[in-house]
Ligand binder design. Structure first.
Ligand code: NAP
Ligand code: SF4
Length: 666
């Protein structure tokens, strides 16, 4: 049996799980719908895919504890009926599901938010109201009511959310708890609320109901918990009646990335291992674990008892089934980009997945066998073309794919050169392997022409984009981002023209030395100042970034802060990385000319020469669609997708979704 430890059963209090894989809590945006069917289908597909236990997205115990006004809660019989549809669907698919009780405290995005002390979080515009002692009691009783309703709704257990800087976590540290009453003061007082939440739930529900407590192992905020406090809390939580400790890493307001793609895989497992070594309760390891191999290694080493993965279950609902069947290479990899999941959630959109556009759309986007089998010719083996090929072939069509380069991948092959984006290597490998497995006929090193398209029932043009050239003097002496990421030599002083996602990536590539910190945990911890909570409270030490490999100036024509349109949950990381490397960031720039000495610019009416050795243009793209125009003129049935369709702000998310949707409909 592959992954023998990961696939072995485990008993947690009243519940035996068939394997040690937990699908971690994730808000999908489907929780707030009127119709439970999409959420039920989402979870049921994951349960059918073999995961041992699902933990739902956070469900509020009361309206003011909801992450935003109107976010999901279990407040009424109607809510219970909604959730019953979800639990029934999961159970019918052979799964188990626990509901996470999430009180956001001062992170609730609403003026009515409450907290132990009236201290505003840096990531919220709303200052919380300080609760009275009686009100703290009432909040904790709402946790109990919520757990009772969860059982009524058919859940197998609850997870009490005590980490990530939410309500219960806010009681634990002096950073957010300045109270002098029984809910504050010394650590015994500060941990009273989380411990009481668990104890009261256990008292009300009896022994036959799973209680998971999510404990913060490293707060990554000033005056966070010490390791002794973490252990002290863990012991008290055990005594209060929890069956298992899930682990949380970093408060949401922490200025250290904890789940982004540049965080090394398994970066926080050593802390789960330390907790496990204390032998208090079974421990669930989390954060940046996205392959069955890594999960198995962690368990086999004895570093944890279970593995929680959240986003990987968006990327592939059959993660566990494929791993168990020895088909791990077929698992669509989560690349930890956040682009279609967390970035969506934080923009008020339903979560889906860049790699798997079906995630969250299980009922509406289906890859059913095609009624009429067709010959489909696809030109362009980038993200859009490969996804279209995979979905079309899955549905039974005969697919032929042309790619002008010597390998599939298109722009993804550039992305994977960027330090911190190593996950793209696995994504390209997965796409390439799936295309082959599904019998797509691949023609590499062939620039298809009209003759290659004749005879196809449907033609899909996914020829992508070319870098936009600049219409200024000397522009032809500059490098394009594609040149640079393919390894063209670049001098020690560089000007980057264009500060979109690619300008930031190129700047990152240029300032990083030969070794990517994302592949070296100690290096990454040093760069970000991640310490040991046993030494520094909260685990924050002083960042010690390496000196930049080059001196870089990054420019844009727009006014305002650079990188404003980067990913909602990751833009700050890219900005912080470049700032740490001393990258000069210039806005409101007019480019005059590129000369042998550098770039002549005007900024706020003043001319200035940016003296550099190399200039790199990252000024967006233009569509490549000559072949599309010819094919249309020849009367073929033509579909244009990806960058060939719209170059502006093209990204892999849109390209892949467009490829999948088209191929699902043909
Ligand atoms: P972009 O984000 O649209 O940025 C283009 C940049 O070029 C902007 O800074 C723009 O700013 C500048 N620009 C546009 N026209 C110009 C012109 N004629 N002369 C000078 N400057 C000009 O495009 P991108 O950086 O090429 O990225 C393309 C897409 O790839 C992104 O939208 C993104 O979705 C995707 N991508 C995503 C990631 C990711 O991690 N999420 C990473 C890489 C790429 P001004 O107009 O202010 O100068
Ligand atoms: Fe993972 Fe990106 Fe998909 Fe989110 S959108 S699940 S981070 S691959």
């Amino acid at each position: 049996m592959p992954y023998p430890t990961l696939m072995s059963p485990i008993t947690l209090g009243p519940l035996t799980l068939k394997n040690r894989v937990v699908m971690g809590s994730m808000h999908t945006g489907l929780e707030e719908g009127h119709d439970p069917a999409p959420l039920a289908a989402f979870y049921a597909e994951r349960a059918a895919g073999g995961v041992g236990l699902i933990v739902t997205g956070g469900i509020a115990p009361n309206p003011h504890g909801a992450v935003y006004a109107g976010a999901a809660g279990l407040f009424s019989d109607k809510d219970i009926t909604f959730h019953r549809s979800v639990t029934d669907a999961v159970h019918q698919s052979g799964g188990r599901i626990a509901m996470q009780i999430l009180h956001a405290g001062r992170y609730a995005y609403s003026p009515g938010c409450v907290a132990p002390s009236p201290i505003k979080s840096p990531i919220s515009p709303f200052a919380p109201r300080e609760l009275t002692g009686d009100e703290v009691n009432a909040e904790l009783n709402d946790f109990v009511t919520s757990a009772l309703r969860a059982r009524q709704a058919g859940y197998d257990g609850v997870e009490v959310m005590g980490s990530e800087g939410y309500f219960l976590n806010q009681f634990l540290v002096t950073h957010t708890n300045k109270r002098g009453d029984e809910w504050g003061g010394d650590y015994a007082g500060r941990m009273r609320a989380p411990v009481q939440a668990v104890a009261r739930i256990r008292a009300a529900l009896g022994p036959d109901f799973l209680i998971i407590y999510r404990i913060s192992l490293i707060d990554l905020i000033p005056n966070g918990s010490t390791w002794d406090e973490v252990l002290h809390l863990a012991r008290a939580i055990k005594k209060a009646g929890a069956n298992v400790l899930n682990t949380g890493i970093g408060w949401h307001e922490a200025r250290v990335p904890t789940i982004a793609t540049s965080v090394p895989r398994g970066a926080f497992v050593h802390l789960a291992a330390k907790l496990k070594a204390a032998q208090i309760l079974p421990v669930i390891a989390t954060n940046r674990i996205n392959t069955p191999d890594l999960a198995e290694d962690i368990l086999a080493r004895g570093d944890a008892d279970l593995i929680s993965m959240a986003r990987p279950f968006l990327a592939d609902s059959a993660f566990v089934a494929k791993a168990a069947a020895g088909q791990a290479a077929q698992i669509a990899p989560c690349i930890a980009c956040n682009q279609a999941c967390l970035d969506h959630t934080f923009s008020g959109k339903s979560a889906t997945c860049l790699v798997n556009p079906r995630a969250g759309r299980e009922l509406s986007l289906r890859y059913d066998p095609a009624a009429t089998l067709k010959r489909i010719t696809i030109v362009g083996g980038g993200a859009a073309g490969m996804m279209a090929a995979i979905v079309a072939a899955t549905r039974g069509h005969s697919v032929t794919l042309y790619e002008a380069a010597g390998a599939l991948g298109g722009q993804l092959n550039l992305a994977k050169q960027v330090p911190g984006k190593e996950e793209f290597l696995g994504l390209v490998a997965w796409f390439t392997a799936e295309v082959a497995r599904l019998g797509v006929v691949v023609n590499l090193n062939v620039r298809a022409d009209l003759n290659d398209l004749i005879g196809a029932d449907e033609v899909i043009i996914a020829t992508g984009t070319a870098p936009r050239a600049l219409a200024i003097d000397g522009a032809d002496s500059a490098l394009t981002y594609a040149d640079v990421l393919r390894g063209a030599p670049v001098g020690p002083r560089v000007a980057v023209i264009g500060a979109g996602a690619i300008g930031f990536d190129v700047a990152e590539y240029l300032v990083t030395g030969a070794h990517s910190p994302s592949l070296d945990l100690a290096h990454w911890q040093r760069e970000w100042g991640v310490g040991d909570p046993a030494v520094q409270a909260g685990g924050l030490s002083t960042p010690q970034p390496d000196a930049p490999a080059r001196q870089v100036t990054l420019m844009q024509r727009k006014a305002g802060k650079l990188g404003r349109r980067l990913g909602k949950t990751t833009g700050w990381i890219h900005r912080a990385q470049l700032e740490a490397k001393g990258v000069e960031m210039l806005a409101s720039v007019a480019y005059r000319a590129i000369t042998k000495k550098g770039v002549l610019i005007a900024q706020n009416g003043l001319e200035r020469l940016i003296e550099v050795d190399s200039v790199v243009i990252c000024a967006g793209q233009i569509s490549q669609r000559d072949l599309a125009d010819q094919a249309i003129a020849a009367g073929l049935r033509v579909h244009i997708i990806g960058g060939a369709d719209v170059a502006a702000e093209l990204d892999a998310k849109r390209a892949i979704a467009q490829g999948a949707e088209l191929a699902a409909a043909i």
